[in-house]
Design a protein around this ligand. Sequence first.
Ligand SMILES: [Zn+2]
Length: 272
Amino acid sequence: MVNFDEQTNCLNCGTKLTTRFCGECGQEKARRITFKELFKTAQRAILEFESPFLKTFITMTTSPGRVCRDYIEGKRASYFNPIKYAFWSLTFFIFFTALTGQSVSELTVSAFISSTSPETQHFGEVLSKIIEGSMLFLTFIYAAIFALLLRVFFRKEGIKFTEFYVLAILPSAHLTWFSSILVATSLLDAKTIGYTSLCLSIVFPIYTYTTFFNKNKIKVFFKSCAVMLLGLLIVGYLGALHTYIHIGYEDAVKQHKLEQAESEKQVETNKL
Ligand SMILES: [Zn+2]
């Protein structure tokens, strides 16, 4: 067994220890796992998740621009990892919609599905299938489109595309948490949640971008609105294109099956 009392080197990475914490990997001088240690580990597990998470969740609600700015400018340890924040928000959202028997599609494309025209209805159904099938992937793509637009509109700020990605993903992830809570509490019906989320997904990012920059607020506000408008146009265009390609493919498959059935019939009648 390792002698824990006479530690001269870090037990994690082997670097010489001069203080209680390893200067290379950051591990605290290890102790044998006793009851006390186990309890402390459990306590830390909760605290290390909860504290940055709660701080991120609360500050994202009150001043989202500040969270993004802090994170990009290197103040990171006290916040939750933004990609993790987005990942968990979606996981919870999908979990709660399934748990309460609601469909994600109902929340996102309710406007199409409730249409009277069967073609629009079918469009909505196919679109919702696409969204449901690859929600995680689409969220990260969605953020990339907005990051790119932010980079173009605020190119003089000296902020990289990858840094803008944080500014794009955080408000969208935060809204997904918010929608999850709405779904979980079941206070509103699916349609109302869908419309509330839609409105917030336009207003909240604009608010986040506007408070992110410490500059002429009016100019920043109008630029943020332009980013949102263009972003929605691009997303809408890509979404429609994807859906039409899918519908076209469905129709082609149907047509092919029909032709096949017909030619089989032809063969049979020829035999007779
Ligand atoms: Zn170490």
